[in-house]
Design a binder for this molecule. Structure first.
Ligand code: B4P
Length: 190
């Protein structure tokens, strides 16, 4: 059976992590969040984590080769998975091309890129709300939240065109209750 490899796309605060929790259970997938992987490196105080921390705290992207290497390692560790949800990855065209190369080499391409669409003001509200309890430095103030949204608009949003050209882009309204949005994602996956 072909693998269900999905890119769950969207700006910071769009609900990628939230919706991934449901999708991994529903479709028996492995969740690969580069944000979670980087935060684990920071917690473990590895060299990689120390290098990534400052950039993340400022709302900047971490270098492509670092996140691509992390994803490659994890994919190899879960070779038998029914599929992967890529959450927060790819974020640049170089990352998207590297992911395609890894998956095409195994004839297991991305089947869909589900893009959660949420207005900027709602994103800022959600990030600051999470900041009250998450302890995440990048969620603590409005300037950093807006910085992350502008990095997304400039460097990451153009990937919609990359996946559109492959016929894989699907826009999903990311405003509403968590359950409603889950329903929209499930419907999009057919
Ligand atoms: P991430 O961890 O990916 O952070 P994020 O973009 O904020 O996404 P996250 O998954 O946490 O949030 P979600 O949309 O689920 O990245 C953090 C940093 O790591 C980046 O800034 C960058 O520095 C670095 N990084 C990560 N990947 C990288 C890569 N590939 N390349 C380079 N650098 C990389 O938002 C969820 C929030 O919204 C929650 O608080 C939730 O409660 C709320 N929410 C969800 N659904 C809702 C709904 N329907 N209504 C109201 N609130 C909702």
């Amino acid at each position: 059976m072909s693998k269900l490899n999905i890119v769950l796309f969207g700006p910071p605060g769009a609900g990628k992590g939230t919706q991934s929790e449901f999708l991994i259970k529903q479709y028996d997938l492995v969740h690969l969040s580069t944000g979670d992987l980087l935060r684990a490196e920071i917690k473990a105080e590895t060299e990689l984590g120390l290098a990534a921390r400052e950039l993340m705290d400022q709302g900047e992207l971490v270098a492509d080769h670092i996140v691509i290497g992390m994803i490659r390692n994890k994919m190899e560790a879960f070779n038998d998975a029914a599929g992967f949800i890529f959450d927060g990855f790819p974020r640049t065209e170089a990352q998207a091309k590297a992911l395609d190369a890894m998956l095409n080499a195994k004839s297991e391409p991305i089947v869909a890129m589900l893009s959660l669409e949420v207005p900027d003001e709602e994103l800022v509200k959600r990030l600051l709300e999470r900041g009250k309890s998450s302890g995440r430095v990048d969620d603590q103030d409005e300037v950093t939240a807006r910085k992350r949204i502008s990095v997304y608009a400039k460097e990451t949003a153009p990937l919609k065109e990359y996946y559109k050209a492959q016929g894989k882009y699907k826009a999903i309204d990311g405003v509403g209750s968590i359950a409603d949005i889950t329903g929209r994602l499930t419907k999009a996956l057919g």
